[in-house]
Every structure is written in structure tokens, then in C-alpha cells.
Design a protein around this ligand. Sequence first.
Ligand code: C5P
Length: 268
Amino acid sequence: MQSAGESHQGHPEGAGGGTPAGDSGHRTAAVIPAAGRGIRLGPGAPKALRALSGTPMLVHAVRAMARSRAVSLVVVVAPPDGADEVRRLLDEHTGPAETSTDIVVVPGGETRQDSVRLGLAALPDDVDSVLVHDAARPLVPVETVDAVAAAVREGAPAVVPALPVSDTVKEVQVRGNGEAEPVTGTPERSRLRAVQTPQGFELKVLAAAHAQVVREGDGATDDAGMVERLGVEVVVVPGHDEAFKVTRPLDLVLAEAVLARRRATDGF
Ligand code: C5P
């Protein structure tokens, strides 16, 4: 693993969607925001550092990005006081598949948005497109990563993987404290999508979106939301059930079950 500034050869051949990275001259990096506390998961270490099958969630997420032949650099955004620990963990856990990908660790910020911006600031000038992937989605399959990377390489400025929603969604007047909340609307379910990561962008588009947020002080819960505000088209590609976000204790049970099934079926 490298620290910021050091570099070595990325994947020697090939890229997501079958486009060779070297031939296209297009360089894709991944930024993994991993600086959240993960309070909804209960007390303990920062969420990204909690273990799934004995391996920190963040390591699974880094592997998922490094496995894509489109990705030659991964920037991990660590908890502000945890960059050294994260660097140590990655050194301990990354093997041959990951060592052909540059991995850089930088300290994160107060909000996810701040953390992504700090990750983008660590990217070298020759990066053309970027995948932003939550450490909290450790099990995203490489096919989903490749599909998002390929769509950006093929010319889409902003691409998000998403799934149709199975629950009907209500809009409410937020009250909190367990109070009954009046319903203000029911969007048509067939037009709704639940958005996942990695979200892929032309780097200059995402950088402009983050710069606008800094200027105007208005946030969004995902990167694509910021790009939409710029008036740039965002497109949705199929997401994957296994790209779910580990947020609550039950999600850990599901993640362990997915890993057990992978071990049983392909020895992963
Ligand atoms: O809190 P939430 O689950 O929405 O976080 C999504 C991702 O953003 C997680 O991977 C988390 O570690 C990251 N994050 C961050 N910096 C923060 C807050 C969240 O990198 N200040």
C-alpha cells in the first residue's frame, strides 16, 4: 500500500466493461468515504472498522473496488483521528489482488460530504473519472462496479446504481419523538428507485458539484444529488441486492449470510 504521493503500476491490462485502461487512456479512481461513526449500528468501533467474517468492513469495500480492472487507484477517507489505524489495517489485510492497485489513506471530515471532498482533493491530475463508494456497502459485486465505471467511460457524466423499491413510500410532516406524523403524499412506487454506490462521475463534474455545495452551503445525502443541482443529467443503471448498506444490526446478520453463501459457492 502507498501513502499519498507515492505511486506504482496499477492493473496492467483491461478495465471494467472490457475496455482496456491503457488503450482508452482513461483513468478511473475510487474514493471510499469511511469516516462515519455508524451510531445506528450500536456502540463500538467506527462502522467501517467493524469486522465481517473477521475482516474489517472497509477492507471488503476496498477489495470490491480493487477487483475492478477499471480502477487503478483507491482513496480511503478514514475517521479524522483514525488514519494511522486504517493504514495499518489495510497493510495487514490487502493481498496480491489489491497490491496492483494504489491505495491512499486520507483523514475525513464532519459529514460524508466533507469526507468525499477531502478524498477528491487527494486525486492526481491524470484521473478522468471517479467512483464514490460507501465503506458501508462492503459486498457490492464487481460486476456492478464495472457497469458503473463502463457507463462513465462511455460518456455518461453521472451514473448511479439503483433498485426498484419494494415498500410503498410516504412523504410526511416530520415530527419525531415517536409522534404520529401526518402523510403529505404518496409518490408512485413504480417511478422510485433506491440508490446505491458506487456512484460514478466525470471527475470535473463531481468536483464542480462539491465546489457549488461549499459556496452555497446546501447539502445532499448522495453525490448524485449534488450533481443534479448543477443541472447535469444523472442516469440510473441496475444495482444489486448485495450492494445493500450496512446500517443497523440486522444488516450485519445479512452481510454474514451473504459471505457464508459466497464461501460455500465459490470459495471466496
Ligand atoms: O452514515 P451513512 O451510513 O450514510 O454513511 C455512508 C458512508 O459515508 C459510510 O461509509 C461512512 O463511513 C461515510 N461517512 C464519512 N464521513 C462522515 C460520515 C459518513 O466518510 N463524516
